[in-house]
Design a protein around this ligand. Sequence first.
Ligand code: PEP
Length: 251
Amino acid sequence: MSRKLVVGNWKMNLTLDQSKDLIQELANNVPFHAYVVIAAPVAYLHPLKDFIVGKRNIHLAAQNVHHEEFGAFTGELSAPMLASLGIEYCIVGHSERRIHFKEKNEVLAQKVTQLLNHNITPIYCVGESLEQREKGKTFDVIKKQLKEGLFHLTSEQIEQVIIAYEPIWAIGTGKNATPEQAEEVHAFIRKYIANKYDEDVADEIPLLYGGSVTTQNAQSLFEKPSIDGGLVGGSSLKSEDFIQVIKANFP
Ligand code: PEP
């Protein structure tokens, strides 16, 4: 099966009407063989699930999930709740959650397990800060995030996960990793997973690049052999831009 996909992370943006308009534009304009996932604000997931019926290229993700199944956690949302809405994907460990909400690998590991228990595909984010990169610690940081967040899974489970490499210094900054920098980390991630599990398992896992993907740089990133697609923030909020980014991965 193809590992290619493009995920749009809308974060805390857009009204429901704007969301529907954008999805309609995508459905009308992206190629037949494209595979697009929209991480929409949680309040919109139910109405958008109805709205995408018949739009076969478009799928939905949540941006976060709680690590427990149910309970006294006011304001939170659990994996079985997402499953009951028919949501197929969920971002886990985005750097904005790691930084602003102090989410640690141990809790993220529980979120991943919760999602898999309810047949939702985790999109697990890893990535180093500028300081860590400059100190030559990129691979150590990624290794720890993978080991502590994912390596409790069986081979069958980890094959169901998508990994997004998102260097923190590239998110929302307009300064993307070069295709060579991203490819180097992606190739490292696949090898590290192959060493822990095996090559067949590592080959199943889509690896997305995220961090200031634009209409200008998408193609040069996506044509690298270890980059299967993108996790796209800012450029997923305008239909003209997002359509072009998607087409770069689905020519
Ligand atoms: C993101 O939010 O995951 C992201 C990569 O944002 P941006 O594309 O705006 O850098």
